[in-house]
Design a protein around this ligand. Structure first.
Ligand code: NAP
Length: 241
C-alpha cells in the first residue's frame, strides 16, 4: 500500500501493526507511555487538538486512511477520529478487540465508572486495581479498612495505604497466583480489555473464587472496516485500499 496511513496507537496490538508499516506512514501516540525508537514508520506524539485538529492534520499530512488501534477504553480519541474522518472524507478503520466473556464459575460485578467501583469494592479489604492510572488520583480516599494494590504503567513513590506496582503485561497465571496470594487480594478490579496478555488474572480469580469488579466498555463509533486482531489488520493493510 502506498497511500499514507495514520495509525492511532498506544496498545501492544497497535505497536505490532506499526512494526509492519513503511516510512511513508505515521504512528501516533498520546504521549503517556513509552515511545518506540525502532520503527520504520514516522512516530508522532501528543494530541491533535480534538476532532477539528485531527481533521486538519489529515488534510495537511495527506492521510488516505486512519486506522484506529487505540485501547477499547480510549473512547475520546476514537470518537474524534471517526468525526475527523467523516469531515475530511478519509476512511476510518478500527481494531475492535473482542471483550472477555464471563465463564459459569465467574463472579463478575459490572460497574460503569469510578463511583461504581468504589461502591462495589466497599465490602472488601484488599482490592487489586488493574485499571491503569485512575486509582492513583484517589489515593487519599482509601477507606481505613482497605489496603489497595494498584498495578499500572506508572512509576510512583508509593503510599501508606497502597502498594503501586509498575508492571507491563503479558502476565502469567503463575505470576498472578503469586501476587494474589502474597498481597492477600480479595477482589480484582478490571477493565474488559480483551486479548491474551492480561487475561490470566481472570482465570486466577476464578480458580481462587474471587469476585471481579468489571468496568463496562464505553460505546465506540462504528468503522467502515473492523478487525478482531492485529494480524487481521496487518493482512488488510498489506493490500491496497
Ligand atoms: P482518550 O481519553 O480517548 O483520549 C484523550 C485525548 O488524548 C484525545 O482526545 C487525544 O487528544 C489524545 N490521544 C489519545 N490517544 C491518542 C493517540 N493515539 N494519538 C494522539 N493523541 C491521542 O484516551 P486515554 O484513555 O487517555 O488513553 C490515552 C492513550 O493510551 C490512547 O492512545 C490509548 O490507546 C492508550 N491506552 C489507554 C488505555 C485505557 O484504559 N484508556 C489503556 C491502555 C492504553 P486530542 O483531543 O488533543 O487529539
Amino acid at each position: 500500500m502506498t497511500a499514507r496511513i495514520l495509525l492511532l496507537g498506544g496498545t501492544g496490538d497497535a505497536l505490532a501493526i506499526a512494526r509492519t508499516l513503511g516510512p511513508q506512514h505515521v504512528y501516533s501516540l498520546a504521549g503517556l507511555g513509552r515511545v518506540p525508537a525502532d520503527l520504520a514508520c514516522a512516530v508522532r506524539v501528543g494530541g491533535f487538538g480534538g476532532a477539528e485538529g485531527l481533521a486538519r492534520f489529515l488534510a495537511d499530512a495527506n492521510i488516505a486512511l486512519v486506522f484506529d488501534a487505540t485501547h477499547p477504553y480510549a473512547a475520546q480519541i476514537s470518537a474524534n477520529a471517526a468525526r475527523a474522518c467523516m469531515a475530511a472524507r478519509v476512511p476510518y478503520w478500527a481494531l475492535r478487540r473482542a471483550p472477555w466473556q464471563a465463564q459459569p464459575a465467574d463472579d463478575w460485578r459490572m460497574v460503569s465508572g469510578w463511583t461504581g467501583v468504589v461502591e462495589a469494592i466497599a465490602p472488601f479489604a484488599r482490592p487489586l486495581f488493574t485499571l491503569g492510572r485512575e486509582p492513583l488520583a484517589h489515593l487519599n480516599d482509601v477507606p481505613p479498612q482497605q489496603h489497595w494494590t494498584i498495578r499500572c504503567l506508572e512509576a510512583h513513590p508509593g503510599h501508606a495505604r497502597a502498594r503501586i506496582i509498575d508492571a507491563r503485561g503479558p502476565f502469567t497465571a503463575d505470576g498472578e497466583r503469586a501476587l494474589f496470594t502474597e498481597a492477600c487480594i480479595d477482589v480484582v478490579v478490571s477493565k474488559n480489555s480483551g486479548g491474551a496478555a492480561t487475561e490470566a488474572k481472570l482465570a486466577v480469580a476464578r480458580e481462587m473464587g474471587l469476585p471481579v469488579v468489571m468496568m463496562q466498555r464505553p460505546p465506540l463509533p462504528g468503522a467502515q472496516r473492523e478487525f478482531a486482531s492485529a494480524q487481521e489488520a496487518i493482512d488488510a493493510l498489506a493490500h491496497p485500499i
